[in-house]
Design a binder for this molecule. Structure first.
Ligand code: H79
Length: 431
């Protein structure tokens, strides 16, 4: 088999992808000078990492606002420890979001945390070090197609929402040349990220509407040259990159391509002090299992405060997930997708109705993951007595509960129509 020597041809490089495919669970961190507003501006509380645009703040005023950023409670070791104890294997931090403000020491552009804030330090350096120390892969997010500091990036959503970053400082939309921004800011900054922090696990790009195919390819070539093992998500543009990104959604079926769902724990990426709509630890675990059963990775977000603190509600849920993974991680890390494909439609179970009478229903009751010689069944709705699974080709030799330290054998029956397993009355590790 002879593949054309295109950049895209390397995109399934098994060696580069193997740690990431095994990792399954990572921490996304949205942190920027916007975090200090906690979503509030002029009495409005619905803002977030898009603050500059949604509150229609001129660049000069935003730059002034940035100068007071001083995360006195930021502790990289603490963040990485939270990720590690949650069972997360990699961490993706916003090096530059759409506001164009670099949250790291960027010699090529002064709109950055070292030059532009009273804090004056590079938190990514601390985070990278802490990650390397704790064995968590350090990865960075970089906003490619939006930058509200650079005069050559089309305003895009700003236009639609009635805002242009700064009509005085900025030339007309028509005279903007994306290539100038690409040469002046993107390339130097991506180079900085790949040379200042040791190994980068993933270059996680966001928003690529403006990018030309030759620009995506040039970026990929540069990353491959500087760090051949760095993984690139598909938002580098034009269908290139190593894996597909899904945002705030879980696909209905598995895919042959590597993929990742990124998701918030409440309803915002960046810190919003008014948002208390936290998903439960149980919901988050089900989402993670659902994703892994379809062959994907789960990148779960935290939005630290302007002081540098990860909200307690996030920490609590993450530590619950970590506790569960401590017992059941074997059924997540390094696992392949379900062999069945259609758990949702094919499964019928008997449950008790409100009056305590058994009844049959179909639903989102379980998911399966696999390893050579093993099938892991994640049961969300504990059936009464017997768990029925569709037919599988392999001979079942033993069934037991992962949460049972003695791995006591459960009775099972295998036939051409399926496998039924007799379960104890109550689940061993309900959360
Ligand atoms: O970084 C997070 C988001 O800020 C970013 N990607 C994730 C990982 C993102 N960029 N674009 N989008 C998400 C989709 C655009 C959503 C919008 Fe809106 C809805 C733009 C305008 C309406 C949200 C609400 C932002 C402004 C108002």
């Amino acid at each position: 088999l002879c593949l054309p020597p295109e950049v895209g041809a390397q995109d399934t490089n098994a060696e580069r992808m193997s740690w990431w495919l095994d990792a399954k669970f990572g921490m996304f961190i949205h942190w920027g000078v916007y975090s200090q507003a906690g979503g509030e501006w002029n009495g409005e509380t619905g803002h977030h990492e898009w603050l500059q645009l949604t509150a229609k703040i001129p660049l000069a005023e935003y730059t002034e606002f940035a100068s007071s950023f001083n995360p006195s409670k930021f502790d990289a070791n603490e963040w990485v420890t939270i990720a590690k104890q949650a069972g997360m294997k990699y961490l993706v931090v916003t090096a530059k979001h759409h506001d164009g403000f670099a949250m790291y020491d960027s010699p090529s552009n002064d709109h950055n945390i070292v030059k532009g804030t009273s804090y004056g330090r590079d938190p990514l350096k601390d985070l990278a070090e802490a990650c390397h120390k704790h064995g968590v892969r350090f990865c960075v997010y970089y906003s490619l197609g939006r930058d509200w500091e650079d005069p050559d990036v089309p305003t895009g959503w700003g236009d639609r929402l009635g805002w242009r970053s700064n009509l005085i400082d900025y030339p007309d939309e028509e005279s903007k040349v994306f290539q100038r921004y690409f040469d002046r800011k993107v390339k130097p900054q991506v180079r900085e990220l790949l040379t200042q922090y040791g190994p980068i696990g993933v270059m996680w790009f966001d928003t690529f509407e403006q990018i030309e195919p030759h620009q995506s390819k040039e970026l990929i070539a540069m990353i491959r040259e500087l760090q051949p093992n760095c993984i690139i998500n598909d938002r580098v543009g034009r269908g290139l990159g190593d894996y597909k990104t899904a945002e705030q959604e879980i696909p209905s079926r598995s895919s042959n391509m590597p993929w990742e769902t990124c998701m918030t724990i409440n309803d915002h990426w960046g810190y919003n002090k008014a948002d208390e709509n936290w998903k439960s630890a149980e919901k988050l675990l089900r989402n993670m299992i659902d994703v892994v059963s379809k062959g994907g990775n789960y990148l779960l977000n935290v939005g630290p405060t302007g002081e540098g603190v990860i909200p307690e509600s996030s920490v609590e849920r993450l530590s619950e997930m970590g506790r569960w993974l401590g017992v059941n991680g074997e059924a997540i890390y390094g696992c392949g997708p379900t062999p069945f494909g259609e758990e949702i439609a094919s499964f019928q179970e008997r449950v008790k109705n409100e009056r305590g009478k058994p009844q049959s229903r179909t639903g989102w009751q379980w998911r399966a993951t696999t390893k050579p010689g093993k099938l892991y069944v994640h049961v969300f709705e504990w059936p009464i007595g017997v768990m029925n699974l569709p037919a599988i080709d392999e001979n079942v030799t033993r069934t037991y509960l992962l949460a049972d330290p003695n791995e006591t054998a459960l009775a099972f029956k295998q036939s051409a129509s399926g496998v039924s397993i007799t379960l104890p009355e109550t689940p061993p590790d309900q959360i």
